[in-house]
Design a protein around this ligand. Structure first.
Ligand code: B12
Length: 214
């Protein structure tokens, strides 16, 4: 069981498609799979890939390949993330990756975690403009808005979206949480978000704290 997570991480770091394919199947055949550990293996594995890309060991084509493979795996594993039975979905959450940014693996995982905690999730996808976030909050009245940014060049678009919500007098209607490799706690405070989570496992406790439980 322990090896499954290590195997996954190794397959990602080495961009070993055959190994990833066999791990994909093994995960589906393991009913006791620990979803938090699965996400951490993906996150740390891809973080290492990112470093190898940065140092020139991997090229963009390899980044695209592993990004696609992992996205497909996460999509296949969706039932594992959303397996908790939820009778009534009353609370709404809007999520999206900010303008200029197409990284969506982490955002998608966070969305699945929210679904499994009883939220109806409206996923705006990636490359979401400030106007689109405003429109979605206006129309759906979510209690939570989650924004993701992985590029240092796009993180200021989180501020842009929060400022646009303020201009439309919608800022105080929703708890804003942010995440992704380009942001941290200090950034969240600086742009007037309500909270930051470093990973999917931290997201639900953060949301609970902000909403006073649910
Ligand atoms: C895979 C990947 C890609 C894939 C993305 C595929 C996809 N469908 O998402 C592709 C190939 C498309 C890609 C493209 C690019 N990428 Co890229 N990519 C990555 C990589 C390796 C992994 C990202 C990932 O999916 N991680 C796994 C997930 C599970 O982790 P996560 O995203 O961190 O999410 C977790 C937490 O952050 C948190 N979280 C995330 N979002 C949210 C939101 C909320 C609300 C909350 C509460 C929490 C939360 O919870 C998640 C689950 O635990 C990162 C490396 C890294 N360190 O992040 C580089 C990285 C982000 N990319 C980088 C770069 C430079 C690029 C490109 C510019 C490359 C190029 N020359 O074209 C393009 C930009 C495209 C664009 N406009 O967005 C750099 C960014 C550097 C910087 N400082 O800005 C990185 C850091 C790599 C590096 N070290 O150089 N990339």
């Amino acid at each position: 069981m322990v090896n499954l997570y290590q195997e996954l991480q190794e397959a990602i770091v080495k961009i070993d498609r055959d190994k990833l394919e066999s791990v994909k199947k093994k995960v589906l055949k393991t009913p006791s799979v620990d979803v938090d550990k699965l996400v951490e293996s993906i996150r740390t594995g891809l973080e290492e890939v990112g470093l190898k890309f940065e140092s020139g060991e991997y090229y963009l084509a390899e980044l695209i390949l592993i990004g696609t493979e992992v996205s497909e795996a996460v999509e296949k594993w969706k039932p594992l993330f959303e397996k908790k039975e939820v009778k009534e979905k009353v609370k709404k959450a809007v999520i999206g990756t900010v303008e200029g940014d197409i990284h969506d693996i982490g955002k998608n995982i966070v969305g699945m975690m929210l679904v499994s905690s009883g939220f109806e999730v409206i996923d705006l996808g990636n490359d979401v403009t400030a106007d689109k976030f405003v429109k979605a909050v206006k129309e759906n009245h979510p209690v939570v808005l989650g924004m993701s940014a992985l590029l240092s060049t796009t993180r200021d678009n989180i501020k842009k979206a929060i400022d646009a919500l303020k201009e439309n007098e919608l800022r105080d209607s929703v708890k804003i949480i942010i995440g992704g490799a380009a942001v941290d706690d200090d950034f969240a405070k600086a742009v007037d978000a309500d909270g930051y989570a470093a990973n999917a496992a931290e997201t639900i406790p953060l949301v609970k704290e902000l909403l006073g439980g649910f």
